[in-house]
Write a protein that binds this ligand. Structure first.
Ligand SMILES: Cc1cc2nc3c(=O)[nH]c(=O)nc-3n(C[C@H](O)[C@H](O)[C@H](O)COP(=O)(O)OP(=O)(O)OC[C@H]3O[C@@H](n4cnc5c(N)ncnc54)[C@H](O)[C@@H]3O)c2cc1C
Length: 333
């Protein structure tokens, strides 16, 4: 067991923030994890995957447990579907590419999302009309209740039982997915159809959709390797339909999406932030991305606390302008 001290996390968080962890240890198996947990019983702990959904606002005065549990195992292979168990430390984007290559359908719309397979279920990652929850069979943890089936996970919009229970520090070890081998393409989101048309693709395959998503994401979202960020900083808020109708009088262009509850609608947080004048705003080395108002960025040398202050200012202005409370999607530490 190798526990390092005073460890820089700069290349372990996609904001690229230069903060330090008092202790840092990597685990590749549950046994290694247990050994570290036993040794560090009374120290604050944080499980770290790809660091793509975390904003560190200060040094971490405890131990970072860096998850490197790997492995992809086919549990059942039927004519029309497959059940696959994946180590929580596997890279999500690589796993999507693997699934597409092997003809496992459904998660192609979740291509290129950074981070690990383990963390994908924590906030029920989603993009272009697809959420990971639709493919999760079981989640295995080291906690008291070590197997969660899909219902136990209590998945919601960027939410799950693991996000709610995070302070209890149960560690996700692996996830079992159920995929169809028959394509069920979802093309009605973002520019998917437009990109396919531009490439003269009339009858797209799963791989065509995967390529289209990769193309859209690479052209629209800032690459954390170039500009520090954690993707969408806020969730899209759900508001009462009556509130929406009232706002429409002043903002007739305000976009919305229906949700399950007919009394409510979802409004894109990026639109609200842009309307409030924040898009492209730069404050020294941090700011709001110039193409994506939902993405807060570190241009280099920025501080987490300044990004948090900026996020709080944005929330306040959205509250004042629209009477809407934004909720942060990124985990603040
Ligand atoms: C450019 C960019 C684009 C993005 N686009 C999207 C998108 O389209 N849709 C979307 O939903 N998200 C998106 N995200 C957010 C992010 O990629 C996801 O939330 C991802 O699942 C986070 O994975 P991670 O391994 O980096 O988690 P981390 O940031 O390492 O951790 C996130 C939280 O999960 C906990 N955690 C991590 N692993 C475990 C584990 N094994 N067991 C227990 N707890 C754990 C951590 O303690 C922390 O609280 C984007 C981020 C970036 C930077």
């Amino acid at each position: 067991m190798n526990i390092q001290q005073n460890f820089s996390l700069q290349s372990y968080n996609t904001f690229g923030l230069d903060i330090k962890a008092k202790y840092f240890a990597t685990f590749e198996t549950e046994t290694e994890l247990n050994q570290i947990l036993e040794k560090c019983a009374n120290i604050p702990k944080l499980i770290l995957g790809g660091g793509s959904n975390i904003l560190f606002t200060q040094n971490f005065e405890g131990i970072i447990l860096y998850n490197q549990i790997k492995g992809i195992k086919i549990e059942d292979d039927f004519d029309d579907s497959v059940i696959v168990n994946v180590g929580a430390g596997e890279n999500w984007a690589d796993f999507v590419a693997y699934a597409v290559k092997n003809g496992y359908c459904g998660i192609e719309n979740l291509a290129l999302i950074p981070g690990t397979v383990g963390a994908s279920v924590i906030q029920n990652i989603g993009a272009y009309g697809v959420e990971v929850k639709d493919f999760v069979k079981n989640v295995y943890t080291n906690g008291k209740k070590s197997v969660y089936n899909n219902i136990d996970c209590k998945f919601g919009y960027r939410d799950s039982v693991f996000k709610q229970e995070n302070p209890k520090q149960s560690v996700i070890l692996s996830v079992t997915f159920h995929f169809s081998k028959k394509p069920h393409l979802k093309l009605d989101y973002g520019d998917i159809r437009k990109i396919l048309q531009e490439s003269n693709i009339e009858n797209p395959t799963t791989k065509d959709v995967f390529d289209a998503i990769c193309h859209i994401r690479s052209s629209k979202l800032p690459n954390p390797a170039e500009i520090g960020n954690a993707g969408s900083f806020f969730k899209n808020p759900e508001i009462n339909r009556s509130h929406f109708e009232f706002l429409k009088q002043n903002f007739p262009q305000m976009p919305f999406y229906p949700v399950e509850n007919p009394e409510k609608v979802k409004v894109p947080a990026g639109w609200l932030i842009e309307k409030a004048g924040w898009k492209g705003k730069k404050i020294e080395n941090i700011g709001v991305h110039e193409k994506q108002a939902l993405v807060l960025v570190n241009y280099g040398g920025g501080k987490g606390i300044d990004i948090l202050n900026l996020a709080n200012q944005i929330e306040k202005s959205i509250q004042e302008m629209f009477d809407i409370s934004l909720e942060k999607e990124v985990n603040i530490l």
